[in-house]
Design a protein around this ligand. Sequence first.
Ligand code: IPE
Ligand code: IPE
Ligand code: MG
Length: 250
Amino acid sequence: MALFSSSTQTIPASAEIPQHIAVIMDGNGRWARKRFLPRVAGHKRGVETVRDLVKECTKLNVKFLTLFAFSSENWRRPDDEVSFLMALFMDALKREVTKLHENNIRLILIGDRSRFNADLVAQIEASEKLTANNTGLTLTIAANYGGRWDILQATNRMIAANPGKKEPFTEDDLTPYLSMYYAAEPDLFIRTGGEKRVSNFLLWQLAYTEFYFTDTLWPDFNAKAFQTAIASYQQRERRFGRTSEQLSNR
Ligand code: IPE
Ligand code: IPE
Ligand code: MG
Protein backbone atom coordinates (compact mmCIF):
# COMPACT_ATOMS: atom_id res chain seq x y z
CA MET A 1 0.00 0.00 0.00
CA ALA A 2 1.41 3.37 -1.00
CA LEU A 3 1.73 5.70 1.97
CA PHE A 4 1.86 9.48 2.16
CA SER A 5 2.58 11.71 5.06
CA SER A 6 0.09 14.50 5.67
CA SER A 7 0.88 17.29 8.10
CA THR A 8 0.51 14.93 11.05
CA GLN A 9 -0.38 11.39 9.98
CA THR A 10 0.30 8.70 7.44
CA ILE A 11 -2.61 8.27 5.07
CA PRO A 12 -3.23 5.63 2.41
CA ALA A 13 -3.58 6.35 -1.32
CA SER A 14 -7.18 6.87 -2.34
CA ALA A 15 -7.52 3.80 -4.58
CA GLU A 16 -7.84 1.79 -1.40
CA ILE A 17 -10.90 1.42 0.76
CA PRO A 18 -10.76 4.45 3.08
CA GLN A 19 -9.45 3.42 6.47
CA HIS A 20 -11.29 6.14 8.32
CA ILE A 21 -14.70 7.50 7.29
CA ALA A 22 -16.28 10.40 9.19
CA VAL A 23 -19.97 11.14 8.66
CA ILE A 24 -22.36 13.98 9.43
CA MET A 25 -25.68 12.16 9.60
CA ASP A 26 -28.01 14.95 8.51
CA GLY A 27 -31.57 15.10 7.18
CA ASN A 28 -33.56 13.09 9.73
CA GLY A 29 -36.00 15.91 10.43
CA ARG A 30 -36.69 16.57 6.75
CA TRP A 31 -37.11 12.86 6.07
CA ALA A 32 -39.86 12.76 8.70
CA ARG A 33 -41.51 16.02 7.62
CA LYS A 34 -41.78 14.74 4.05
CA ARG A 35 -43.89 11.92 5.45
CA PHE A 36 -45.95 14.18 7.73
CA LEU A 37 -44.32 12.54 10.73
CA PRO A 38 -42.82 14.28 13.78
CA ARG A 39 -39.09 15.09 13.37
CA VAL A 40 -38.16 12.53 16.00
CA ALA A 41 -39.52 9.72 13.80
CA GLY A 42 -36.64 10.57 11.46
CA HIS A 43 -34.10 10.23 14.28
CA LYS A 44 -35.53 6.85 15.17
CA ARG A 45 -35.32 5.70 11.58
CA GLY A 46 -31.78 7.10 11.36
CA VAL A 47 -30.57 4.56 13.91
CA GLU A 48 -31.36 1.84 11.37
CA THR A 49 -29.08 3.51 8.84
CA VAL A 50 -26.32 3.48 11.46
CA ARG A 51 -26.82 -0.23 11.96
CA ASP A 52 -26.63 -0.93 8.20
CA LEU A 53 -23.54 1.20 7.72
CA VAL A 54 -21.67 -0.41 10.59
CA LYS A 55 -22.36 -3.78 8.98
CA GLU A 56 -21.14 -2.48 5.63
CA CYS A 57 -17.93 -1.09 7.16
CA THR A 58 -17.18 -4.43 8.78
CA LYS A 59 -17.72 -6.14 5.44
CA LEU A 60 -15.47 -3.69 3.57
CA ASN A 61 -12.80 -3.79 6.26
CA VAL A 62 -13.00 -0.08 7.05
CA LYS A 63 -10.99 0.44 10.24
CA PHE A 64 -12.63 3.57 11.69
CA LEU A 65 -16.17 4.87 11.31
CA THR A 66 -16.86 8.16 13.09
CA LEU A 67 -20.44 9.41 13.30
CA PHE A 68 -21.60 12.88 14.34
CA ALA A 69 -24.67 12.15 16.47
CA PHE A 70 -25.15 15.38 18.44
CA SER A 71 -23.23 18.62 18.12
CA SER A 72 -22.42 21.06 20.90
CA GLU A 73 -24.83 23.41 19.10
CA ASN A 74 -27.72 20.90 19.03
CA TRP A 75 -28.65 21.89 22.63
CA ARG A 76 -30.27 24.90 20.96
CA ARG A 77 -33.08 22.67 19.65
CA PRO A 78 -36.46 22.47 21.39
CA ASP A 79 -36.23 20.72 24.78
CA ASP A 80 -38.44 17.82 23.78
CA GLU A 81 -36.30 17.03 20.73
CA VAL A 82 -33.11 17.14 22.83
CA SER A 83 -34.67 14.84 25.46
CA PHE A 84 -35.82 12.46 22.75
CA LEU A 85 -32.32 12.33 21.23
CA MET A 86 -30.73 11.62 24.62
CA ALA A 87 -33.24 8.84 25.34
CA LEU A 88 -32.71 7.39 21.86
CA PHE A 89 -28.96 7.41 22.35
CA MET A 90 -29.29 5.62 25.70
CA ASP A 91 -31.69 3.10 24.24
CA ALA A 92 -29.52 2.40 21.17
CA LEU A 93 -26.44 1.93 23.36
CA LYS A 94 -28.24 -0.52 25.61
CA ARG A 95 -29.75 -2.47 22.74
CA GLU A 96 -26.77 -2.60 20.39
CA VAL A 97 -23.69 -2.94 22.56
CA THR A 98 -23.83 -6.73 22.90
CA LYS A 99 -24.12 -7.12 19.14
CA LEU A 100 -21.24 -4.71 18.59
CA HIS A 101 -19.14 -6.70 21.00
CA GLU A 102 -20.00 -10.01 19.32
CA ASN A 103 -18.84 -8.49 16.05
CA ASN A 104 -15.46 -7.49 17.51
CA ILE A 105 -16.32 -3.77 17.24
CA ARG A 106 -14.75 -1.25 19.60
CA LEU A 107 -17.05 1.59 20.62
CA ILE A 108 -15.70 4.97 21.69
CA LEU A 109 -17.57 8.15 22.50
CA ILE A 110 -15.98 11.54 21.90
CA GLY A 111 -17.37 14.84 23.13
CA ASP A 112 -18.01 16.67 26.36
CA ARG A 113 -19.82 14.26 28.69
CA SER A 114 -20.32 16.79 31.46
CA ARG A 115 -23.84 17.73 30.31
CA PHE A 116 -25.10 14.13 30.09
CA ASN A 117 -27.04 12.61 32.96
CA ALA A 118 -25.28 10.10 35.22
CA ASP A 119 -27.13 7.07 33.83
CA LEU A 120 -26.08 7.89 30.29
CA VAL A 121 -22.46 8.46 31.33
CA ALA A 122 -22.46 5.10 33.16
CA GLN A 123 -23.90 3.35 30.09
CA ILE A 124 -21.27 4.96 27.84
CA GLU A 125 -18.46 3.93 30.17
CA ALA A 126 -19.74 0.36 30.45
CA SER A 127 -20.08 0.08 26.65
CA GLU A 128 -16.57 1.40 26.08
CA LYS A 129 -15.14 -0.91 28.71
CA LEU A 130 -16.88 -3.99 27.34
CA THR A 131 -15.60 -3.41 23.80
CA ALA A 132 -12.20 -1.86 24.63
CA ASN A 133 -10.07 -4.81 23.48
CA ASN A 134 -11.94 -5.52 20.26
CA THR A 135 -9.78 -5.43 17.16
CA GLY A 136 -12.28 -5.02 14.30
CA LEU A 137 -13.97 -1.77 13.34
CA THR A 138 -13.62 1.16 15.75
CA LEU A 139 -16.97 2.93 15.87
CA THR A 140 -16.67 6.44 17.28
CA ILE A 141 -19.79 8.36 18.20
CA ALA A 142 -19.37 12.13 18.50
CA ALA A 143 -21.94 13.35 21.01
CA ASN A 144 -21.96 16.84 22.49
CA TYR A 145 -18.92 17.22 20.29
CA GLY A 146 -17.55 20.39 18.73
CA GLY A 147 -14.33 20.74 16.76
CA ARG A 148 -13.41 23.97 18.53
CA TRP A 149 -14.10 22.41 21.92
CA ASP A 150 -11.80 19.54 20.95
CA ILE A 151 -8.89 21.76 19.95
CA LEU A 152 -9.28 23.87 23.10
CA GLN A 153 -9.52 20.94 25.51
CA ALA A 154 -6.44 19.40 23.88
CA THR A 155 -4.51 22.68 24.11
CA ASN A 156 -5.41 23.15 27.76
CA ARG A 157 -4.41 19.60 28.69
CA MET A 158 -1.16 19.87 26.72
CA ILE A 159 -0.21 23.08 28.50
CA ALA A 160 -1.12 21.63 31.91
CA ALA A 161 1.07 18.60 31.23
CA ASN A 162 4.06 20.76 30.30
CA PRO A 163 4.35 23.46 32.97
CA GLY A 164 7.10 25.96 32.33
CA LYS A 165 7.88 24.73 28.81
CA LYS A 166 9.67 27.51 26.93
CA GLU A 167 9.86 26.22 23.33
CA PRO A 168 6.82 26.55 21.07
CA PHE A 169 4.51 23.53 20.96
CA THR A 170 4.33 21.54 17.73
CA GLU A 171 1.46 19.74 15.98
CA ASP A 172 2.90 16.45 17.22
CA ASP A 173 2.78 17.78 20.80
CA LEU A 174 -0.93 18.51 20.47
CA THR A 175 -2.28 15.44 18.65
CA PRO A 176 -2.06 13.00 21.59
CA TYR A 177 -4.53 15.23 23.47
CA LEU A 178 -7.14 15.46 20.71
CA SER A 179 -10.25 13.30 21.15
CA MET A 180 -9.35 11.05 18.24
CA TYR A 181 -5.70 10.50 19.22
CA TYR A 182 -6.20 6.76 18.58
CA ALA A 183 -7.08 7.04 14.88
CA ALA A 184 -5.48 8.24 11.66
CA GLU A 185 -7.16 11.36 10.29
CA PRO A 186 -10.33 10.69 8.24
CA ASP A 187 -9.70 9.76 4.60
CA LEU A 188 -13.30 10.38 3.59
CA PHE A 189 -15.87 12.79 5.01
CA ILE A 190 -19.53 12.25 4.08
CA ARG A 191 -22.38 14.65 4.78
CA THR A 192 -25.91 13.59 3.91
CA GLY A 193 -28.93 15.89 3.78
CA GLY A 194 -27.69 18.41 1.21
CA GLU A 195 -25.95 21.04 3.37
CA LYS A 196 -22.41 21.84 2.36
CA ARG A 197 -20.79 22.73 5.63
CA VAL A 198 -18.71 21.15 8.40
CA SER A 199 -20.90 22.36 11.32
CA ASN A 200 -18.03 22.33 13.84
CA PHE A 201 -17.24 18.63 13.34
CA LEU A 202 -13.62 17.39 13.38
CA LEU A 203 -11.96 20.69 12.44
CA TRP A 204 -8.34 19.75 13.10
CA GLN A 205 -8.60 16.24 11.73
CA LEU A 206 -10.31 17.11 8.42
CA ALA A 207 -7.36 19.19 7.17
CA TYR A 208 -6.62 16.83 4.24
CA THR A 209 -9.76 14.70 4.11
CA GLU A 210 -11.69 14.13 0.87
CA PHE A 211 -15.21 15.61 1.10
CA TYR A 212 -18.38 14.01 -0.26
CA PHE A 213 -21.76 15.73 -0.06
CA THR A 214 -25.05 14.13 -1.02
CA ASP A 215 -28.65 15.33 -1.01
CA THR A 216 -29.80 11.91 0.19
CA LEU A 217 -31.37 12.23 3.62
CA TRP A 218 -29.75 10.17 6.37
CA PRO A 219 -32.59 7.63 6.80
CA ASP A 220 -32.40 6.92 3.03
CA PHE A 221 -28.60 6.56 2.96
CA ASN A 222 -28.31 2.81 2.33
CA ALA A 223 -25.41 0.47 1.54
CA LYS A 224 -25.60 1.32 -2.15
CA ALA A 225 -25.41 5.07 -1.48
CA PHE A 226 -22.47 4.41 0.84
CA GLN A 227 -20.67 2.42 -1.87
CA THR A 228 -21.23 5.31 -4.30
CA ALA A 229 -19.52 7.64 -1.82
CA ILE A 230 -16.57 5.27 -1.52
CA ALA A 231 -16.35 4.92 -5.31
CA SER A 232 -16.21 8.73 -5.58
CA TYR A 233 -13.35 8.75 -3.06
CA GLN A 234 -11.48 6.13 -5.05
CA GLN A 235 -11.46 8.38 -8.12
CA ARG A 236 -9.76 11.23 -6.28
CA GLU A 237 -6.08 11.98 -6.43
CA ARG A 238 -4.79 12.87 -2.98
CA ARG A 239 -1.80 15.10 -3.46
CA PHE A 240 -1.06 16.47 0.01
CA GLY A 241 0.49 19.57 -1.54
CA ARG A 242 2.50 17.77 -4.19
CA THR A 243 2.00 17.90 -7.97
CA SER A 244 0.23 15.25 -9.97
CA GLU A 245 3.51 14.49 -11.80
CA GLN A 246 5.33 13.84 -8.55
CA LEU A 247 2.70 11.28 -7.67
CA SER A 248 2.93 9.39 -10.95
CA ASN A 249 6.75 9.21 -10.61
CA ARG A 250 6.71 7.64 -7.20
C1 IPE B 1 -29.48 15.14 11.95
O1 IPE B 1 -30.72 15.37 11.39
C2 IPE B 1 -29.55 14.58 13.33
C3 IPE B 1 -29.12 15.49 14.38
C4 IPE B 1 -28.61 16.68 14.21
C5 IPE B 1 -29.23 15.01 15.73
P1 IPE B 1 -31.48 16.74 11.60
O2 IPE B 1 -32.35 16.63 12.80
O3 IPE B 1 -30.54 17.86 11.62
O4 IPE B 1 -32.39 16.78 10.30
P2 IPE B 1 -32.75 18.05 9.44
O5 IPE B 1 -31.47 18.69 9.03
O6 IPE B 1 -33.58 18.94 10.29
O7 IPE B 1 -33.51 17.48 8.28
C1 IPE C 1 -24.89 18.59 12.34
O1 IPE C 1 -26.21 18.63 11.89
C2 IPE C 1 -24.79 17.79 13.58
C3 IPE C 1 -25.19 16.39 13.50
C4 IPE C 1 -25.51 15.72 12.46
C5 IPE C 1 -25.17 15.72 14.76
P1 IPE C 1 -27.11 19.92 12.08
O2 IPE C 1 -28.35 19.66 11.33
O3 IPE C 1 -27.24 20.23 13.51
O4 IPE C 1 -26.21 21.02 11.38
P2 IPE C 1 -26.53 22.54 11.00
O5 IPE C 1 -26.82 23.25 12.27
O6 IPE C 1 -27.70 22.54 10.08
O7 IPE C 1 -25.29 23.02 10.35
MG1 MG D 1 -29.82 19.09 10.16
